[in-house]
Design a binder for this molecule. Structure first.
Ligand SMILES: [Zn+2]
Length: 481
């Protein structure tokens, strides 16, 4: 072999080596494509076609999520191990739902042969037997308005400061109040745990079964509209669904950027119940009382934002239109769709809604005809978004009668009952005030706000110690009413 032959051989060798590498790369690419196709067909297309993949909980987390929203009735076919099924049932029991936990485990295929499942059920039965029915006429009901997120903006000396100081609560105060109530054994219940509405329109007493030492309470929040006048005053902007489908608040920062977080009651309670499931009775949370005139949950959903009818546009709404000249019918529809999605997610997660009257009116001051017009507006503009409700939480703490039971010659009661309302709430400073009638339940509510905390700390001592939750950013004295 001479020099030239050697060179030729080397070149051939190199060429063959290169061909081999190219072949290798092509085969590898082919393999990747085949693998991708297999994955696509197996995991995406086939289950999609059979329609089963989405509904079947795949993981423990999903199963617990389903338990929370009341979807899973049994452990059958969930594909979970016995240990995991017990974890799910334990979660139900942590929210005092013994019957559901027992039904969940006893429906499992392996129940009759599994000692572990049977032991768990026996334990739940013992715990259930120790529960006592709480006296319904001693259930307290506390309420708030939207929370102050940034005290330096709410208490900045402008014309709204006094009102905020009287009737609002700061986020840190709210957190302190809830943590104190949780530590004392309070458990959130629904007004619909307290009573049952029968198909003939009569209302009977409900039943709340809790372990000894636990105390049920109703939580409500009024005016969750994020009204225009609150812009730039340190309140959340709206309630939204984040990328995980969780309900959160947005907040407009000084530089115009938008932060997402737990800046008001709803997301704060959601996060707290995630960490402390036993704060919620069977997954039930608070009740949100909504007006309609400036929309709901921070969305400008009222018909006036669509029609822009001059005779009905307020100065705040005119300011909004001036700032958003592009707010057209499509923009309005988008607000409606988003508000609906948030309301749906809230209901699936244990929240309820109530009427606070469309125009924040006191019924007997407004008069019968105004109440009829107002109720129609509420049904058309608010119930159309959050769904129907049978609860009305009167604005201004007003009512349609005195402390004596409503009678059928009360035209306001007869009308509202005819529109589907069965539960009526006012404001009452006593620890509890519950009244059952043949066709209604009434409950008084306690305001836990700046005014109450400043002037009557003793009146909330059963719930929390004012001195340990008071926000020092709050100016004193709180203005008198
Ligand atoms: Zn109100």
């Amino acid at each position: 072999m001479d020099e030239r032959d050697l060179k030729l051989l080397r070149r051939q060798c190199r060429r063959r080596k290169n061909e081999l590498i190219i072949k290798c790369i092509i085969s590898l690419l082919l393999l990747i494509v085949i693998a991708l196709v297999v994955v696509l067909v197996k995991d995406v297309l086939i289950p999609e076609l059979s329609g089963r993949n989405k509904r079947k909980p795949q993981t423990l987390a999903e199963e617990i999520l389903a338990a929370r929203s009341g979807q899973n009735q049994s452990g059958q076919g969930s594909g979970l191990s016995e240990e995991d099924m017990i974890t799910v049932a334990d979660y139900m029991v942590s929210q005092y739902d013994y019957d559901r936990a027992i039904a969940y485990l006893t429906a499992a295929e392996s129940y009759t042969s599994s000692q572990a499942l049977q032991n768990a059920v026996a334990g739940y039965r013992t715990e259930k037997e120790s529960c006592v029915a709480y006296p319904l006429d001693q259930v307290t009901h506390v309420f708030f308005h939207t929370m102050i997120k940034d005290t330096s903006k709410a208490f900045d000396g402008d014309e709204d400061e006094g009102g905020y100081n009287q009737v609002m609560t700061t986020m840190s105060e709210f957190a302190g109040i809830m943590e104190s109530m949780y530590a004392k054994g309070y458990v959130m219940v629904s007004l619909h745990d307290m009573c049952t509405v029968n198909s003939d329109g009569t209302v009977s007493r409900g039943e709340i079964m809790l372990p000894p030492g636990k105390i049920p309470f109703v939580l409500s929040q009024d005016d969750v509209s994020y009204y225009h006048y609150m812009d730039d005053d340190g309140f959340a902007q709206k309630l939204i669904l984040d990328e995980n489908g969780d309900v959160k608040n947005t907040y407009v920062e000084d530089d115009g950027s938008i932060s997402v977080g737990d800046y008001d009651m709803v997301p704060w309670i959601d996060t707290f119940v995630d960490e402390h499931p036993d704060f919620s009775y069977r997954g039930h949370k608070g009740i949100i009382a909504l007006t309609g005139y400036e929309g709901v949950l921070g969305y400008r959903t009222d018909e006036v934002y669509r029609t822009k009818e001059a005779s009905r546009v307020t100065k705040y709404q005119q300011k909004f239109f001036d700032a958003h000249p592009d707010f057209d019918e499509a923009a309005w529809q988008k607000e409606v769709d988003q508000a609906r999605a948030v309301a749906e997610a809230m209901k699936a997660d244990g929240w309820e809604f109530a009427s606070h009257t469309w125009g924040h009116i006191s019924p007997t001051d407004a008069g019968y005809d105004k109440v009829v017009q107002d109720t129609e507006r509420w049904l058309n503009n608010v119930a159309s978004i959050v769904g129907n409700t049978d609860v009305i939480i009167f604005a201004f703490g007003a009512d349609i009668g005195d402390w004596q039971p409503y009678t059928d010659d009360n035209e306001y009661f007869t009308y509202l009952k005819g529109q589907g309302f069965n539960i009526f709430c006012n404001v009452d400073s006593s620890q509890y005030w519950v009244q059952f009638g043949d066709r209604f339940m009434r409950q008084g509510r306690r305001n836990l706000d700046g005014y109450r905390m400043y002037y009557n700390p003793d009146m909330v001592a059963d719930l929390f110690d004012v001195s340990s939750v008071w926000d020092s950013a709050r100016p004193t004295p709180v203005p008198e009413m």
